[in-house]
Design a protein around this ligand. Structure first.
Ligand code: DX5
Ligand code: ZN
Length: 223
């Protein structure tokens, strides 16, 4: 595969929620490709974050694509609300309760990009049945629910397996990694096949987010 530019998707979970709109504009100005928005329901994961109304309220502030990560049970019941609120990509979890086929179908019908995510302990084989219908795989490199956790390096071979699957089947799938991503772990993920780096705490603590993002975009897959 020829080398490609790595995309960066800063996670708003680490933003200052009191200035959510301004933080979104800051991310866009720093050169991010997408912005990662974490939706948690207090059931699929123990934490609760934001819903469609917040997404709708900031949509008009920026043109950056909204990469919305649904950590919720029964995602099929909420697809329309998130699509109408302005999500450009909607990623559901393979471990979530509910009808995943239906959820993916509804995302497609809404004219936006469907994604599937898997936890560190979930094998690649669990997402394989969905891979012909999604354009994004979000590989969790921490247990979902909270920012600021250390990267789980045992996940790296799974990134390679997804990259190999996409290559073998001629599928145009973005492979995003989420959790504990920093300059070092991000580079390793790209070398394993990741095409998108979702990162919260590390990027938001950087005094100069823009120069960090521009460095990450140059990471090369060498594959
Ligand atoms: C965790 C979320 C992540 C989180 C990553 O459940 O899905 O997107 O923001 O945060 P960091 O980069 O701090 O690990
Ligand atoms: Zn996330």
């Amino acid at each position: 595969m020829c080398s490609r530019v790595t995309k960066v998707s800063p996670s708003m979970l680490s933003a200052d929620f009191a200035k959510f709109g301004e933080e979104l504009i800051r991310v866009e100005r720093a050169g991010a490709d997408w912005v990662h928005i974490d939706v948690m329901d207090g059931n699929f994961v123990p934490n609760i974050t934001i819903g469609p109304d917040v997404i709708r309220s900031v949509r008009s502030l920026s043109r950056i694509p909204f990469d919305v990560h649904l950590m919720i049970q029964h995602p099929e019941n909420h697809i329309r609300a998130f699509a109408e609120a302005g999500a450009d990509m909607l990623t559901i979890h393979v471990e979530a309760e509910g009808d995943k086929e239906e959820a993916i179908e509804r995302i497609r019908e809404s004219g936006i990009t469907p994604g599937i995510s898997l936890n560190p302990g979930t094998p690649f084989s669990d997402i394989e049945p969905y891979l012909d219908r999604v354009n994004l795989v979000l590989v969790m490199t921490v247990q979902p629910g909270f920012g600021g956790q250390p990267f789980r390096e045992e996940v790296l071979p799974k990134i390679c397996a997804i990259r190999d699957y996409a290559k073998k089947n001629g599928r145009n799938i973005e492979i995003s990694v989420d959790g504990g991503i920093n300059r070092t772990t991000g580079k390793r993920c790209v070398e394993a096949g990741a095409t998108v780096l979702a990162a919260g705490s590390y990027l938001f603590k950087m005094p100069d987010m823009a120069s960090e993002i521009s460095l990450w975009k140059k990471f090369d897959s060498k594959a």
